[in-house]
Design a protein around this ligand. Structure first.
Ligand SMILES: Cc1ncc(COP(=O)(O)O)c(C=O)c1O
Length: 386
């Protein structure tokens, strides 16, 4: 039926209950969805509601922003550079600085728009359809998601008592499943468990897989696999500037591996993946690394005091951690209730991980400033009646 064209016509004005704009004509999407791989549709998306909070302890970020004078130094350099030009893939001076900092060869370093991009690139170039990826559980959910999207098969291996790594079980699964890739996150998110000292060497020796060590939190504790790189071409170590360097908003990560493998993994990532602002910021952060390392020591000291204080609260299990976060289990009250009361009554936002397998009634609390952690102890004391 044709509508009257007069602008005065009320039928042309939005009606209060009628949806308007492009959204009002959206179909149910079924036709398009039929063209998306079933393995992708089967995955849970990686999402997080951005709730505003006075004390934000839900994403394992640094509580400390880059110093203002360092930001000014970075912005001055960025302002003087030509924005109409593509950036370099990775400036040689930055690669040289990273090589010195991490103790590896520059030709074996790839930089990424966050380290997550390099996990994706590594899996993309390694996995054939149905190839197996072994990883501990619980762990960072992105490994499962990316494996599914890339058509691989994900094989989780449960952590042991108190979420300690069960290295024998991981090796056994990698051999049994003829795993193409084993992904190990140490210290592990969300449990905080570090790998035992000899775990990666044993795994490289006893299984034939590509071993990806995601060391996003390594600066806060636990061993690093970097010294093993010289002896193998089956190891990829991922590091990030999102945590210890306090640069999550700028997105910078790197992967260290044998140069021959780096040339192949590079084919799995997009060109110009790191923008010139981030490249300048990463180089500046490296120049000022000693000052930033002092903040890591502070966060570790705050964490250790926090864990001690938490041990005195009733109805809680506090798991050992080597990272900048602490996993707790609420034994006398549902974790969801504790989460909600922390947020609504105290302005403290933590991560409710209680819906994940093996994490019933668990919350993950990132380590913030000493004041943040005092506030968490006081709030939990009140909520749990300690
Ligand atoms: C296990 C793990 N790896 C990597 C990252 C960081 O990724 P990116 O370097 O992309 O910020 C996180 C962040 O939460 C993480 O938990």
């Amino acid at each position: 039926m044709s509508r009257p064209l007069s602008p005065e016509s009320s039928s042309l004005r939005p009606q209060p209950d009628e949806p308007t704009g492009p959204g009002s004509v959206l179909s149910d999407g079924v036709e398009g969805l039929a063209l998306i791989k079933p393995a992708v549709r089967a995955q849970a998306a990686y999402t997080l509601a951005a709730l505003p909070a006075q004390r934000k302890l839900n994403q394992n970020e640094s509580p400390y922003d880059l110093p203002a004078e360092l930001k000014r130094e970075i912005m001055a350099e960025v302002a003087a550079s030509p924005w109409q030009r593509y950036p370099e893939f990775a400036p040689p001076e930055l690669l040289a600085g990273l090589a010195v900092h991490y103790g590896w060869v520059a030709e074996g370093i790839l930089v990424g728009n966050g380290s997550n991009e390099l996990i994706q690139a590594t899996l993309a170039v390694a996995l054939n359809a149905r190839d197996v990826v072994v990883a501990p559980t619980p762990t960072f959910s992105l490994y499962r998601l990316l494996t599914g999207v890339l058509g691989g098969r994900y094989c989780p291996v449960r952590l042991a008592e108190d979420f300690a790594y069960d290295v024998d079980a991981i090796i056994e699964a990698a051999v049994r499943e003829r795993a193409r890739v084993v992904v190990l996150n140490s210290p592990n998110n969300p449990t905080g468990s570090p790998l035992p000292e000899d775990a990666v060497a044993r795994l490289l020796e006893e299984a034939g897989a590509l071993v990806v060590c995601d060391e996003a939190y390594q600066e806060f504790g636990g061993p690093t696999a970097v010294p093993l790189l010289a002896g193998t071409s089956r190891l990829v170590v991922l590091r990030t500037f999102s945590k210890a360097f306090g640069m999550a908003g700028l997105r910078f990560g790197l992967a260290l591996m044998h140069p021959a493998i780096a040339r192949e993994v590079a084919k799995g990532k997009l060109p110009y993946n790191v923008n010139l602002v981030t490249l300048a910021a990463a180089a500046a952060a490296l120049r000022h690394e000693p000052a930033l390392a002092g903040r890591v020591r502070e966060i570790v000291a705050t964490r250790d005091r926090f864990v001690q204080r938490m041990a005195g609260l009733p109805g809680l299990t506090v798991y050992p951690t080597a990272a900048n976060f602490v996993l707790i289990r609420c034994r006398q009250m549902p974790a969801r209730v504790v989460f909600t009361r922390l947020y609504e009554e105290h302005g403290i936002l933590v991560r409710d991980v209680s819906g994940a397998p093996d994490l019933a009634e668990c919350l993950r609390i990132s380590v913030g400033t000493p004041e943040d952690m005092e506030a968490v102890v006081a709030a939990l004391g009140q909520i749990l009646g300690g």
